[in-house]
Design a protein around this ligand. Sequence first.
Ligand code: ARG
Length: 562
Amino acid sequence: MNYKEKVAQAIQAAVDNQLSMDEILEKIENPKTLELGDYAFPAFILAKTLKKAPQLIAAEIVEKINKDGFEKIEAVGPYVNFFLDKKKFSKEVLEVILANGSNYGNQNLGNNGNVPIDMSSPNIAKPMSMGHLRSTVIGNSLGLLLEKTNYNPVRINHLGDWGTQFGKLIVAYRLWGSEEEVKADPINNLLKYYVKFHQEDVEHPELDDQAREVFKKLEEGDEESLELWKWFREESLKKFTEVYDRLGISFDSYNGEAFYNDKMEEVAEILEQKGLLKESQGAEIVDLEKYNLNPALIRKSDGSTLYITRDLAAALYRYRTYDFVKSLYVVGMEQTNHFKQLKAVLNEMGYDWADEIHHIPFGLITSGGKKLSTRSGRVILLEEVLDDAVKLANQQINEKNPDLQDKKAVAEAVGVGAVVFHDLKNERVNNFDFNLEEVVRFEGETGPYVQYSHARAMSILRKANVTNFGNDMEISDTNAWATLRLLEDFPNTVNKAVEDYEPSVIAKYSIHLAKAFNKYYANSRILEEDDEKMARLALVKSVATVLKESLRLLGVKAPNEM
Ligand code: ARG
């Protein structure tokens, strides 16, 4: 039970069960500053039922309430303010953290239920965009948060590896490509061929016919075309994997769009059987008017299937394979309608698990306030961003700590971590601007700032060189209070992040904790030889543990020194 619940329980007893625990928990407030108390209860919500003045009710609650475990409880106007017993609180909280280490905050919300996470999902033979980066890091963090709360995430990279563009690419490669080029730099050269195709087909429209022909062959399983397609896919994936490795992210499945080639016929059959398939201008659709949505286009007039048909097959496949408790799709906000349609069609098909399909949308990364796009030339290439971030991190390390061991690895962890942290610190639906200098700063609300705070805590512990913190973990120093309160709030924070599918909750929390700790460090002498030295070191250890675990949940490393 957390402290807020303890407060609620005491209140419930004092008001003779006039309110339920949930009602009380919902009403308990956090006072503006800790000087006003740790929790406040607005007694006026009982004024109507009890037909009494709010001040009186507040005073009566204070009279009656069990004050065990509190420093004081006082009525201020219509409020009851609670001050926790700081020594008792610090002892309890620090004991739990030291005993659990990085498992602190683990909880069982998921009963080990499977949760497929559709994440990253870039398109083959094209550079991975910043949008795909967002999907990758948000999906990864959600996976880690789900693991921590005892779900079993299944990370699926639903690669964009099928479609008419592969007909074009194969034609272009045969005309202008070479094996050496593709091997040397697959993504850029494949992109180059593709772009050239689009320049040439203006004057040579027969190219488009050829491309259609090749794609048809590909769909029919023509060996030679399939070989090329497979090779392009592999080479692209190798390149993507370099980025995934740098981010420390791996997948359980790379079943992309092509995987569902032989699984769509069944979908069409089920739709047919259930009388859901309608004809419209030669194409086959599912009408979704009652959902206020455009019809879902299942099969085009030439018989070819579409994005949503593949997603229907994928949803069904995932349900059968994983028997999921929920199924997540971390995909940009611009695809909101697509996922609404997907859910609606599954619902029409009579699958009750359609309710457990969740689109987890996110906003755009902008530059100078403008949308990034290929056409405007404002493309940001992920690898370049990571390289530049690492360079900047390296510069700062050279200024601050030139003798640091393992500088290269630390700069990589800080640079890459900075980019990831910046992405996750914003509520995911918001657009945000990308400015590299901002992102890699060691001060302010950045990843490096949190990493630096962790490293500082580790350095204090190295200096103190204790292995056993003893049993006396009572801290009376009020400077430590904000930090202690935040430490206690970590499990609750994890819970909130999972429930809202929102890694930013953890990122923001880690900034608050780092700030509180740095303030404490600036105002108290931690290594002073007195009664509370060991308790203070236990606090430092707990801060290091929770900062590191917070960063881990975001997919960011925490070097011990920087
Ligand atoms: N490849 C797609 C794109 O880049 C994203 C795929 C998302 N996942 C899905 N199951 N539709 O836009």
